[in-house]
Write a protein that binds this ligand. Structure first.
Ligand SMILES: Cc1cc2nc3c(=O)[nH]c(=O)nc-3n(C[C@H](O)[C@H](O)[C@H](O)COP(=O)(O)OP(=O)(O)OC[C@H]3O[C@@H](n4cnc5c(N)ncnc54)[C@H](O)[C@@H]3O)c2cc1C
Length: 446
């Protein structure tokens, strides 16, 4: 029995992940997402069927049960990586897809490949809103050429799964790309709706440490004094890998918002102020319930420098299920993906620290919410064996969650982050990071 009867109660308790699954599953289309990306119910249309609550990953994800549906051996649940069959680094062999991708373009290349081979008839993706290019929206794409407009990471919340209500009307199977919370919602929805289960051929999950509020993007644009009405195109990862936040204007000019490379730069630090609070209780860095998980290949060598150097990106690919295995095997054999194998520990060294932080942070936050008598998500398994006792990151975010409520702090942080002081601090932190993430083994250079 759930503690909740309706989706607005999940929102009221701060547990909504804004994934859109409730709206996507609603048989009467009674749920609409508002400007802040929260679901609203039209009570005149709602029939109280309870489906929205059944599929909601905000307050409950039964990881052990979903794991047992996907894998024969579920031991990965008690690890930082989750269950997997294979892991390697890869890139899209189509140069334009690779160049236009967030990392190595693997996600877009896989979708293009599946559409071309007619394994799927459409793909659920995220693209820029045409009227407001700095905003993002989900889209069901049927043509390969349309995919190009929907590549790249959009560092903001998008209720992707709301388009699930369109897919029953679409011919053929679908591939869905999403963050860990989207994949959790889809897996829950597939359990209650058998037609959807038949329809979804493959889920491709992205890595996610935490997502950022829409306001972060808007504040960056305001900071650079760019008139919203003049914006023609907006990208978070424009140009050579790892890319910069960049705006193209209607007068043909363009403006770069950040100064250094993406990972060491301000957008990452803005997370401290603009993080989505519900993400602090999420335990899933690597989309553990997806068929295939894809990350940027943020892998450092023995000196702490990027292992993959150069202007084009690479991805880390984790193959989890039988479907994932089949698709990847065919994509490699048909030349859609180029790959490089590195020792598994070498690759996971780059992510396990973050995965550990994420799980520890969520564990600490949930303990905190419990102590305060507040509701928290139920993942149906004991995390204590895989998390640290004390999570400093949680302590930091706890302070930030309080401090960021003061409008002046937001005003100040974004300005300091872009000042000489902020940039010096970021450079210093990047040097420390290089030391922390150094790989102990020296591998042959690329
Ligand atoms: C908010 C966010 C946080 C992330 N955090 C990390 C991280 O901590 N570590 C890491 O290694 N990687 C992270 N990633 C993933 C990374 O940025 C790349 O998306 C991933 O490596 C795939 O790269 P690609 O070149 O194959 O993608 P591309 O071929 O460029 O395709 C990207 C795909 O992502 C989809 N997409 C973009 N934005 C969103 C969104 N907001 N919600 C759902 N789908 C979206 C697009 O529709 C597209 O299909 C994050 C991505 C996002 C959106």
């Amino acid at each position: 029995m759930s503690d909740f009867d309706r989706i607005d109660e999940v929102v009221a308790h701060g547990l909504c992940v804004m994934c859109g699954t409730c709206a996507g599953i609603c048989p009467t289309n009674a749920i609409i997402f508002d400007e802040k990306d929260f679901p609203n119910i039209d009570l005149d249309t709602c029939t109280n069927c309870g489906l929205c609550i059944q599929v909601c990953p905000g307050y409950d994800v039964n990881f052990p049960e979903l794991y047992s549906r996907l894998f024969d051996d579920t031991s990965g649940l008690q690890t930082l990586t989750g269950n997997f069959d294979d892991v390697f680094c890869a890139y899209a062999t189509e140069e334009s897809i690779r160049r236009n991708g967030a990392g190595g373009g693997v996600v877009t290349q896989l979708l293009a490949y599946l559409l071309e081979k007619k394994e799927v008839g459409s793909a659920v993706v995220v693209c820029a809103d045409e009227a407001h290019p700095w905003e993002s929206k989900p889209r069901v794409v049927r043509k390969r050429r349309e995919l190009r407009k929907c590549s790249q990471s959009r560092y903001t919340i998008v209720p992707v799964n709301q388009v699930l209500n369109q897919v029953s009307k679409i011919e053929g199977k679908i591939a869905l790309v999403g963050m860990p919370c989207h994949i959790q919602g889809v897996r829950k929805a597939m359990e209650v709706n058998k037609a959807l289960k038949e329809k979804i051929y493959i889920t491709i999950g992205l890595f996610c440490e935490l997502n950022i509020e829409k306001e972060a993007t808007e504040e960056l644009i305001k900071l650079r004094k760019i008139p919203f009405g003049e914006i023609e195109k907006f990208q978070y990862r424009a140009g050579d890998w790892p890319g910069h936040v960049k705006v193209w204007l209607k007068d043909g000019t363009n403006r770069q918002i950040e100064f250094f490379d993406h990972i060491s730069d301000t957008l990452n630090y803005l997370k401290c102020i603009y993080f989505v609070e519900r993400c602090l209780s999420c335990i899933d860095l690597g989309s553990e319930l997806a068929d295939i998980s894809v990350a940027d290949a943020w892998i450092r060598d023995h000196r702490g420098e990027w292992y993959f150097k150069g202007s084009v990106g690479w991805n880390t690919v984790i193959v989890r299920t039988e479907t994932g295995k089949e698709v990847i095997k065919n994509a490699i054999n048909d030349g859609a993906l180029g790959i490089k194998r590195l020792p598994q520990e070498y690759i996971f060294n780059a992510y396990n620290r973050l995965a550990g932080h994420k799980k520890s942070r969520a564990y600490s936050r949930m303990k905190f919410l419990k102590k305060k008598g507040l509701k928290f998500p139920d993942y149906h398994f004991d995390l204590s064996s895989i998390v640290g006792v004390r999570c400093l990151k949680w302590e930091l975010y706890r302070v930030c969650a309080w401090v960021r409520k003061i409008p002046f702090v937001r005003y100040l942080v974004i300005r300091i982050a872009f000042s000489v002081l902020g940039i010096t601090f970021i450079k210093f932190k990047t040097r420390l990071k290089k030391r922390k993430f150094r790989n102990s083994v020296k591998l042959e250079e690329m």
